[in-house]
Design a protein around this ligand. Structure first.
Ligand code: UT7
Length: 325
């Protein structure tokens, strides 16, 4: 069977119009702009409008990515939506996006790995493309975390925002090589023993409610730095590449202090880390494609650049991937 490599042909994103600043939050809970900036680096986050859903955000990001790729919905064989905030318990929100963009072929499904969702979805789509089961795929990260936050809990409600990012992957003949465009390697991990450190306390089977996000922030923080550093070392080790070969690090945007902690540990220069956490907050599965889109649009990430992405999220789930743009 022939082998294909998955090339990122286009990136797109969408952020809801409404911006919630730290100052706004300080009038809602006992917090301050100073505390939030100092502990997280976050200045503001976007919040979906009433009635605006994850499918709406994902559809806009998907259409933008299709436009950037110069392809149409009818060219797509597959949609994988990474989300922990689906519109409904079922059907999969990916199928709602499939209908919204006018794609009447192929298949679409949701994938839930919370903040690591985009890396899981990218690796999954890459497997379908590598085996020739899909030629073109939309990989979307879209979230409306504002709907699962406890707006009276200052330890969590200041951290998250809503948004969506998407990439179009297209199969090119040949296995991935170091110099060619495409997904070079990915590494995925999970460890369910830590599920009670970051979870939502509701769901259809257990409580028949949607529930609210609960997090032991301090402990997640420590695991994040260790596990993310480990997965970056693993993808570099597996491919024989080093930190100096990487042009851009596009981390999951959870906390500026986590980004700095990981960079210090691995010797990644600050100038090569793409950060959007100040403007977007933590948008979970959407954060990496959102940050990639920002850096592609402002001219930092260019065709041929080697990009390393990484994330850790509830589960725990975590992982990293290397992509030649
Ligand atoms: O994307 C998924 C992965 N998630 C993450 O990676 C998040 C990881 N965790 C974090 O980013 C950080 O742990 C937080 C930003 C959540 C918290 O920062 P921290 O430095 O770990 O603070 P802390 O939880 O140890 O809390 C320090 C103090 C506490 O007060 P006391 O007990 O020392 O009196 C908190 O009650 O800060 C207090 N605090 C706040 N104060 C003002 C917690 N939240 C707030 C707040 N405003 N919003």
């Amino acid at each position: 069977m022939s082998r294909f490599r998955s090339v990122i042909a286009g990136i797109g994103s969408y952020l809801p119009e409404k911006i919630l600043t730290n100052k706004d939050l300080a009038s809602m809970v006992d917090t301050s702009d100073e505390w939030i900036k100092q502990r997280t680096g976050i200045k503001q986050r976007h919040i979906a409008a009433k009635g605006e859903t994850t499918a709406d955000l994902g559809t806009k990001a998907a259409n933008a990515a299709l436009k950037a790729a110069g392809l149409e919905a009818g060219d797509m064989d597959l949609i994988i939506l990474a989300t922990a905030t689906p519109d409904l318990t079922f059907p999969a929100t990916a199928t709602l996006i499939q209908a919204n963009i006018g794609m009447v072929r192929g298949f679409a499904f949701d994938l839930n790995a919370v903040c690591s969702g985009f890396i899981y979805a990218l690796a999954t789509a890459d497997s379908f493309i590598a085996r020739g089961q899909a030629r073109n795929a939309l990989v979307i990260g879209a979230e409306t975390f504002s709907r699962i936050l406890d707006w009276e809990d200052r330890t969590t409600c200041v951290l998250f925002g809503d948004g969506a990012g998407a990439v179009v992957l297209t199969g090119e003949p040949g296995a991935p090589g170091m110099g060619e465009r495409g997904i070079i390697h990915s590494y995925l991990r999970s460890d369910g023993r830590f599920s009670d450190l970051l979870y939502v306390d509701g769901g259809p089977s257990k409580t028949q409610t949607v529930g609210h996000l609960r997090m032991s922030g301090n402990q997640v923080f420590r695991h994040a730095i260790t596990n993310i550093s480990g997965s970056i070392a693993k993808v570099l080790d597996d491919t024989g590449l080093t930190v100096t070969d990487v042009d851009w690090f596009v981390p999951h945007q959870a906390n500026q202090r986590i980004l700095e902690g990981v960079s210090r540990r691995l010797g990644i220069p600050e100038g090569r880390v793409i950060t959007t956490v100040a403007e977007h907050g933590n948008t979970s599965a959407a954060s990496i494609p959102l940050a990639m889109d920002v850096a592609a649009k402002d001219g930092r990430i260019k065709t041929g650049d080697l990009v390393l992405i990484e994330a850790l999220g509830g589960g725990f789930t975590w992982g990293a991937a290397l992509v030649r743009m």
